[in-house]
Design a protein around this ligand. Structure first.
Ligand code: THU
Length: 158
């Protein structure tokens, strides 16, 4: 028998430690929360995607009375970006969330389905996506979705 271990690396940074473009992308994600349609959870999530051509695409969570028919902010943004700019690699993705009390103090992380879609986008363009998870107290930076999705299923298995 052999035990395996996976170590993941992430950075915890203050807003001031972010670069100008990182701060801007987070600002776009924060603003996108205002466009959320979340009458059921009252939890507004915004995502902003930076493409290789420097275009920024935003998305927000869109809920539905039939709950599973709703979609998260990350997939809204990524699917829109990939359908409008199918040849533009995604460089960065910022995520922010607010409840009725305001923006979360600590960052939220993407759900499993969104992680899988981020993984597909990385594979599609052969390019890791830098993920910025915004929180009022600190932001977490992850250099590629692999850290969030160990033992992932991808096109190598097909
Ligand atoms: N949600 C997102 O949009 N992104 C996440 O990373 C986590 C959860 C949405 C789904 C649902 O509309 C609401 O937040 C509460 O789960």
């Amino acid at each position: 028998m052999m035990e395996g271990r996976i170590v993941i690396k992430y950075l915890r940074v203050t807003y001031e430690e972010l670069s100008a473009i990182e701060q801007h992308l987070i600002e776009c994600a924060r603003r996108a929360t205002d466009k959320s349609y979340s009458p059921y959870s009252h939890f507004s999530v915004g995502a902003a995607v930076l493409l290789a051509n420097d275009e920024i695409i935003t998305g927000s969570n869109q809920e539905n009375a039939a709950y599973p028919s709703g979609i998260c902010a990350e997939r809204t943004a990524l699917f829109y970006a990939n359908s409008q700019y199918p040849d533009q690699p995604v460089k960065m993705l910022a995520i922010a969330a607010k409840s009725q009390e305001g923006f979360t103090q600590t960052p939220i992380t993407p759900c499993g389905a969104c992680r899988q879609v981020i993984m597909e986008t990385e594979k599609r363009f052969g390019h890791p996506i830098k993920i910025l998870l915004f929180g009022e107290k600190e932001t977490i930076i992850i250099e590629g979705v692999k850290a969030l999705l160990p033992f992932s299923f991808d096109n190598n298995y097909l």
